[in-house]
Design a protein around this ligand. Structure first.
Ligand SMILES: Cc1cc2nc3c(=O)[nH]c(=O)nc-3n(C[C@H](O)[C@H](O)[C@H](O)COP(=O)(O)OP(=O)(O)OC[C@H]3O[C@@H](n4cnc5c(N)ncnc54)[C@H](O)[C@@H]3O)c2cc1C
Ligand code: SF4
Ligand code: SF4
Length: 1017
């Protein structure tokens, strides 16, 4: 068998075998280095180059892949969301990604409360689809939005509410599995009586369990959560429940007589190996379908939040709290609370917590109750108050308040990434399950042990089931810290065992805890695990090495992402001159390591991140895929030798980055704030430094010059552009898709600016300055006029700043030196205009221009000082954001004739706006004006994203992204409804994709002004 750290090199016959895989598969087989490396990591610390990647089109196709791999003796690794924390989803094997196409869901069997699904469906997708049935699938790992049912089975996942609903194994009725040789069988109640193959396997497993029964009883942990090794204790329990007793014989295959059901003992009926597959980490069989137990949704919920000035006191309170039958008890420690206090977004959630009277807040317990009636939930809260008297307490029963209170707990993990310094709270002893009555002692001794190693740890817990997530601070780049890491790993496992717990409570063993399995269970149980493996996978092809042949303790710090190949140095080229400043992320080295692989960017609903993943469901086109590609390319892992130029021009990395819309959603929605748009621009600019920029990029980057020229004689320019041959020529030169309309030119805003050029429109009023962006200056000058109208109605004197371009177009094309030059010039002109006019604010119509000023300008290295850039950023607002923020202090209050509205007002926010200031930057003002008529659409990205959606290669994807939500919403508008979108790209997309005219918020507001309020003179 393979032991984990030993990596068999691909041999010539293996290579040939891999190439043949494509002949038997309907789905894609990816064998290129880049494609494989995007599957080399999961959410753990490890990186292992897979042999290949297979994306089956169906579960039958997946089973074909297994059969082929079996015949050619190629190792395999089934994969779902790839969110494993222990490294069990990294291996030298062919990765079979079931998350793309194997996602179908059967009908709900309401009477039986079950459902049959394919393995690639995520928990949240499943629960969304069956929501109307009033039932749900209960295991709720924190990753439920992107973790797959197959992966939950693989890891026997559980969540905050496992005290009520158990682990995945307690919620699985049966599993359809492709065995190592590709035969598909069903493990379920009584299937050993119907399938000869299942019976053979079941009897073999039972014989092993019978042989080791006494040791299994003695050595397996008794905690609610346990996920170490194979769940032999579950099989033993099933056998005993059927009447088998230790010492009873288990029939041999011959005695049972294959096919002779009558000869089988009755207790065999109770043995359901579906439960053994739970937690087997892809080593026994590949799940291709599962029948799951569903639970009724709780009718009423209540959430108590308790504040403590001492962590030990909070843990001591857990036992009495459990007597009140909560559905969850969750713990946060002071490391997370202190980080939240220092974080702009989360500080307010700390303020919401109950404050202890005898000192600062050091720990929070969340106690959740489910009930059939409101009174039942209330009663539980009263019982809680009696059990923990005197502890500051808050009680919430309405959904928004509960959601708000949970925010701090949910922020725990992401906030930990923000710990300053080289030592980070990393995942390696994060999965201990301890009997709750010994949790206090565990925490006390663990803390002392970690401190004795010269570091400290953050704690948070599913306290109800004794699962304590501990994150010691370790600098994984430092060899001394790696020694400490190994010592802490061993000592923690030993301590967990001494106290009756286990080091793998819910996240599994993988590479990180596998080395401790033998210390924990002893050599005999390890031998039993190996026998089990041999029954299912005699040739050791499924996730080889994992669980049964783990490496030695030293292997815990081998094959780390930061040093995957001993002896081959990796890293950002020394002395590299970057275009952006990465000091906020410990330099470019830190920036490329920001992605922790947790896969939040693989969510399919809610928010904007990541539009291309939502449309394509391809790992390569997720934020994680791009983050990995950039890390691998920039640190030299995709190019041979030390050539530092080659790393900037890796064709596959360029292709991976090509479908990033630079929407900036990852900058805020990714818990680690991975900023792909910045890294993509840097990568592209570094390439152009060596190779020069292509013509089309230069033309697209010169948008202001082109628009200015078109706006000189807009009528003629539009007519010429509309001529078939001209349009075709433009399309050919710039690579535009023929179905994409080209923007129309208007007379320049300067020429139509009401009241003449930069004319003050009144005397004595405060001045606001409108930034003349490239679109409202030359393509949509009526929007600039509308803005003037609205601002005037609020009593402002307005001036137009034709200061130049914000640099957005050039920056997003990767033309960074050119962007810096352009921005510097614009800043100079803008400062001069500001000095002359002394405006109270500089106002923007286009969110992507404001995002350039507030984000890109500040991150780019440029000759203009940071203070000067900050000064402009401070003054800069979206028009509607400014009007709302100053609502109480405008010189006058505009009147809007909302009675003229004939329908709803639908708002689609721009991605940059949503990422940086929230859609509230437009919606608050609109809601103030139109009240309940406003509907803010949950539309994610429009798919256009500047020049992204224009090109031949990206048009289809652009439309696909639009079709996810925005375009259907536009088509579904009723007569009289108005679609409002601040982004020029979004309006363009709605026009091209749905034939609907969307308008800018200021156009909409201007349309409601009384006729007399116009400023045309
Ligand atoms: C931030 C964070 C929070 C987490 N919180 C929790 C938590 O609260 N509770 C919890 O239990 N876990 C948690 N996890 C761990 C992990 O997310 C869960 O175990 C999750 O269920 C894994 O699902 P996945 O689809 O990502 O599985 P993957 O990582 O893709 O796979 C998991 C294992 O199952 C195997 N596998 C996948 N699909 C199949 C298949 N079809 N057939 C056979 N084997 C298969 C894989 O080979 C692998 O060994 C967390 C992880 C992160 C990063
Ligand atoms: S990009 Fe962000 S959200 Fe996606 S896996 Fe990496 S850290 Fe998680
Ligand atoms: S910038 Fe947008 S498209 Fe690009 S990786 Fe981030 S979320 Fe995805």
């Amino acid at each position: 068998m393979h032991s984990l750290p030993v990596l068999p090199s691909p041999t010539e016959p293996l290579d040939r075998g891999l190439r043949g895989l494509a002949n038997v598969m309907e789905g894609e087989v990816r064998l290129g280095l880049h494609d494989r490396m995007l599957y080399a990591t999961d959410a753990s610390l490890y990186q292992v180059e897979p042999l290949g990647v297979v994306i089956p089109t169906s579960v039958e196709d997946a089973a074909r892949a297994v059969r082929y791999c079996f015949e050619n003796r190629i190792p395999m690794l089934p994969r779902g969301g790839g969110t494993s924390l222990a490294g069990q989803c990294t291996n030298r094997a062919v990765v079979i990604d079931l998350s793309v196409h194997c996602r179908s869901v059967g009908p709900v069997d309401v009477a039986a409360r079950t459902i049959t699904v394919e393995p690639g469906i995520t928990i949240d997708d499943l629960n969304d689809r069956i929501g109307a049935s009033g039932l749900f699938f209960a295991p709720d790992p924190a990753t439920s939005r992107h973790a797959n049912v197959g992966g939950c089975i693989g890891n026997n996942a559980a969540g905050a509410r496992s005290i009520l609903f158990g682990r995945t194994s307690e919620n699985v009725v049966s599993i359809r599995a492709a065995l190592a040789d590709g035969e598909v069988v069903e493990f379920g109640p009584g299937t050993s009586f119907t399938s000869p193959r299942v019976r053979l396997i079941t009897l073999a497993v039972c014989r092993i369990v019978a042989e080791y029964a006494a040791l299994i009883e003695a050595r397996f942990p008794k905690t609610v959560r346990r996920n170490a090794g194979y769940g032999l204790d579950m099989v033993l329990m099933q056998m005993k429940a059927g009447g088998w007793r230790i010492g009873d014989a288990v029939p041999s295959d011959a005695a049972a007589g294959v096919g002779k059901v009558d000869a089988d003992p009755e207790w065999l009926r109770k043995v359901n190996l579906a439960h053994l597959l739970c937690g087997s980490e892809g080593t026994l069989a590949m799940t291709v379908g599962a029948t799951l137990t569903l639970r009724p949704k709780p009718a009423f919920k209540g959430l108590a939040v308790l504040g403590f000035s001492d962590l030990d006191a909070s843990i001591a309170a857990v036992m009495p709290i459990l007597e009140t039958k909560p559905s969850a008890v969750e713990l946060l420690d002071d490391t997370v609370i202190d980080l939240a206090r220092g974080n702009a977004e989360y500080a307010r959630y700390v303020e919401l917590m109950p404050t202890p009277v005898n000192g600062p807040l050091k720990a929070v317990l969340y106690v959740e109750y489910f009930g059939a009636t409101a009174a039942e939930v209330e009663e539980r809260n009263q019982a809680l108050l009696m059990r923990v008297p005197g502890v500051p307490h808050q009680w919430h029963t309405n959904a928004p308040a509960m959601l708000n209170a949970w925010k701090l707990r949910k922020a725990g993990e992401p906030l930990l990434h923000g710990v300053p310094g080289d030592r980070k709270p990393i995942t390696f002893v994060e999965d201990n399950a301890i009997p709750v009555e010994r949790l206090s002692e565990f925490v006390r001794r663990l803390r002392a042990m970690v401190e004795a190693h010269g570091t400290r740890a953050a704690f948070y817990a599913h306290a109800s089931v004794g699962v304590l997530h501990v994150r010691p601070l370790i600098d994984i780049h430092n060899e001394n810290d790696r020694v400490i890491m190994r010592e802490i790993a061993v000592a923690t496992a030993d301590l967990a065992k001494e106290l009756g717990g286990v080091m793998s409570g819910e996240h599994g063993d993988g590479r990180i805890r596998g080395p401790m399995l033998e210390r924990y269970f002893g050599p005999e149980i390890m031998a039993a695990f190996r026998k089990i493996k041999a029954v299912f996978d005699p040739h050791d092809l499924l996730n080889p090495g994992n669980i049964v042949e783990p490496g030695p303790v030293a292997s815990i710090t081998e094959l780390l992402r930061v040093e995957p190949t001993p002896g081959r140095p990796i890293g950002v080229p020394v002395g590299l001159e970057t275009y952006f400043d990465y000091s906020d992320q410990h330099g470019l080295d830190g920036a490329v390591e920001m992605c922790n692989g947790a896969g939040v960017c693989r969510k399919k609903q809610g928010g904007t991140m990541c539009p291309s993943y939502m449309a394509l469901l391809d790992e390569r086109h997720s934020t994680r895929g791009r983050g990995n590609a950039l890390r691998l390319a920039i640190t030299g892992q995709l190019t041979a030798g030390p050539d530092s130029e080659g790393r900037w021009s890796d064709p596959e990395t360029i292709r991976t980055l090509d479908l990033c819309l630079s929407c900036k959603a990852c900058k805020t929605e990714c818990p680690s704030n991975v900023d792909i748009s910045r890294l993509k621009a840097e990568y592209t600019a570094q390439r152009y430094r060596a190779k020069g920029a292509p013509f089309a990029a230069r033309v697209m980057g010169a948008i202001r010059t082109l628009n200015r020229a078109g706006a000189m004689m807009p009528g003629m320019a539009n007519r010429v552009n509309g001529l078939g041959p001209v349009r075709a020529l433009i399309g050919k030169v710039l690579g535009l898709h023929p179905k994409r309309s080209v923007p129309q030119f208007s007379r320049s805003l300067k020429r139509v600016w009401p009241g003449g050029q930069n004319d003050g429109l009144g005397g004595g009023q405060p001045t606001v300055m409108l930034f003349g962006d490239c679109f409202s200056m030359f393509n949509e000058s009526h929007i600039g006029v509308a803005a003037a109208k609205v601002l005037r109605a609020f009593g402002y004197r307005i001036v137009l700043a034709d200061a130049g371009c914000c640099g957005r177009a050039k920056a997003s094309m990767g033309l960074l030196p050119e962007a810096v030059g352009e921005i510097s010039a614009t800043i100079g002109r803008l400062e001069a205009a500001i000095a002359k006019e002394n405006p109270v604010a500089v106002l923007f119509l286009e969110p992507s221009c404001l995002s350039a000023v507030k984000d890109d300008w500040r991150q780019l290295k440029m000759p203009v000082s940071a203070e000067r850039r900050a000064e402009i950023a401070k003054k800069s607002w979206l028009v509607e954001q400014f009007l709302e923020a100053r609502w109480e202090s405008h010189p006058t209050r505009a009147q809007f004739e909302t009675e003229r509205l004939k329908g709803k007002v639908l708002l689609h926010g721009h991605c940059h706006q949503k990422a940086l200031w929230g859609v509230e930057s437009s919606s608050l003002l609109l809601a103030r004006v139109v009240g309940p008529l406003l509907r803010t659409l949950d539309t994610g990205c429009c798919g256009m994203a500047g020049s992204f959606g224009y090109t031949m290669e990206r048009f289809d994807l652009s439309m696909k992204i639009g079709e996810l939500a925005l375009l259907p919403a536009a088509r579904a508008m009723a007569a009289g409804d108005v679609l409002v979108a601040p982004g020029t790209s979004c309006r363009h997309q709605v026009h091209d994709g749905a034939g609907v005219r969307a308008i800018h918020p200021v156009e909409f507001l201007a349309s409601l002004l009384p006729a007399g309020a116009t400023i045309e003179r």
